[in-house]
Design a binder for this molecule. Structure first.
Ligand code: SF4
Ligand code: SF4
Length: 106
């Protein structure tokens, strides 16, 4: 089973943690050409369960790296976290098709 993303951006718009681990922090900071400490300060927060870090959110609740508009896009797409790569097929998310415009491909 494969999945074709329609690039609607909905999965980047809703509120919630976008988990990042140490390796992902290093990769994203390098991609943005920022020192890791600066990246951590500006773009991450402690997750509510205190088990690790999440990317921060914009004022409207979307991911801080989401650019909305006619062609929504992820500013860190080449190095986006595994959590984002795993959506929707590896998420335990009933009814994901009501939010996601992508298609399953047999
Ligand atoms: S990192 Fe990119 S793909 Fe992941 S939620 Fe943020 S904007 Fe979306
Ligand atoms: S909600 Fe689905 S179709 Fe829309 S961007 Fe996310 S994965 Fe792609």
């Amino acid at each position: 089973m494969d999945f074709q993303c329609a690039r609607c951006g909905n999965c980047c718009r809703w509120e919630g943690c976008v988990k990042v681990n140490d390796r992902e922090v290093d990769e994203i900071a390098a991609f943005l050409e920022m020192p890791v400490e600066e990246f951590l300060e500006e773009y991450t927060r402690l997750r509510p369960d205190r088990t690790g870090l999440s990317l921060t959110e914009a004022e409207n609740g979307s991911c801080i790296f989401f650019e909305d508009g006619d062609a929504p896009r992820c500013r860190i797409n080449p190095v986006k976290p595994q959590q984002c790569r795993d959506f929707p097929l590896k998420w335990n998310f009933p009814n994901w098709q009501s939010e996601c415009k992508g298609k399953l491909i047999e």
